[in-house]
Design a protein around this ligand. Structure first.
Ligand SMILES: Nc1ncnc2c1ncn2[C@@H]1O[C@H](COP(=O)(O)OP(=O)(O)OP(=O)(O)O)[C@@H](O)[C@H]1O
Length: 318
């Protein structure tokens, strides 16, 4: 389970507005990758391009030998069956209860009988901790429950690739911590390739195997979590440590005056790299690496105190 997604030279424009250009990266099969970036840098557009809902102006998205950026509608329809998507608000049908919402893709895309559907729906509801809430309407439950219901629906067709858009939006830090642990546990269990778009620095620091950062119409960096968390590249260090000092301003890039006013102010030292979340039942994940391995293999000295089980980061969402 879990397939590789290879993005090559991807460019997306709306009219003359370039959203990002020449984005190349590989989402390794079965690993969790997070895409970060300031508001409006095109993270959601990237997600929609990866699943073929938006056509890029140039470039390729290779999945199992098919370039979904340039293939026929028929091939795209087939490849889409590999995907599960969790949209920001859960994208539930308001008039259907959770059971019918979660059952919807099975009724639309499979020939399963109602008793087979029941088995899958109840299984996925249990997986996301919603057993007993099947008959509730989306309007009757909390935002966190709606997201979990959206996740159950994204899972019913056993996806090889799971795309998740801002799972933490509208959630308090405790609910965010629960959903993050759920992603790790799910990844260990289903071994799908995960791409999570988020603003939450704590999520980016503790959940993924790989991190990408979209900034100023390009992909600033993409690579293993430890590579980005130990990077002193100003944009990456500023964003991943939620600092005001650095090239990113209130509205994207700082102008020359703003940057000049910061000359002489040093960026604070990088905080320790926290331990990555482990699956709750100890089951190994494909993308899991020994803490510090990337740094050791690449002769990078991690920030002091890194990988200490108690190292924490007090950063907030940005
Ligand atoms: N269908 C569309 N037509 C025209 N412009 C669009 C369309 N979809 C998105 N955009 C523009 O693309 C840019 C990037 O939007 P996107 O929602 O991907 O940003 P984002 O990084 O996900 O932002 P946020 O973090 O605030 O959710 C925005 O300027 C947006 O207005």
């Amino acid at each position: 389970m879990g397939v590789e997604v290879k993005v090559e030279g991807l460019t997306k424009k709306f009219g003359s507005q370039v959203i990002w250009s020449d984005v190349s990266l590989t989402l390794p099969a079965g690993e969790i990758s997070v895409m970060l970036g300031p508001s409006g840098t095109g993270k959601s557009v990237f997600l929609k391009t990866v699943i073929g809902l938006l056509k890029p102006n140039a470039g390729h998205v290779w999945i199992e030998g098919t370039d979904i950026a340039n293939c026929s509608e028929k091939d795209l329809y087939e490849i889409r069956k590999l995907f599960g998507v969790l949209f920001q608000d859960g994208a539930m049908f308001g008039s259907m209860d959770l059971y019918d919402n979660v059952a919807f893709p099975l009724r639309e895309h499979t020939k399963k009988s109602e008793s087979e559907i029941r088995q899958v729906v109840m299984d996925k509801m249990e997986l996301v901790g919603l057993t007993g809430s099947e008959n509730k309407l989306p309007g009757e439950i909390s935002g966190g429950m709606r997201k979990r219901a959206g996740l159950a629906r994204a899972l019913v067709l056993d996806p090889e690739i799971l795309l998740i858009d801002e799972p933490d939006s509208g959630l308090d830090p405790v609910r965010t911590a629960y959903i993050n642990q759920l992603f790790i546990d799910l990844n260990a269990q289903i071994d799908a390739t995960f791409l999570i778009v988020t603003h939450d620095i704590n999520t980016a620091r503790t959940v993924p195997d790989n991190i990408g950062l979209l900034y100023h119409k390009h992909l600033a960096m993409f690579g293993p979590r430890e590579m980005l968390l130990s990077s002193t590249e100003p944009v990456v260090a500023q964003f991943l440590n939620a600092q005001r000092v650095g090239p990113i301003g209130m509205s994207e890039e700082k102008d020359a005056d703003e940057l000049a006013s910061e000359s002489g102010i040093e960026m604070p030292p990088l905080p320790p790299i926290p331990a990555q979340l482990d699956p709750s039942d100890g089951r190994p994940r494909r993308g899991q690496r020994e803490p510090g391995k990337w740094c050791r293999d690449n002769n990078v000295t991690p920030p002091r105190g890194s990988f200490d089980a108690h190292a924490s980061f007090a950063g907030a969402s940005v």
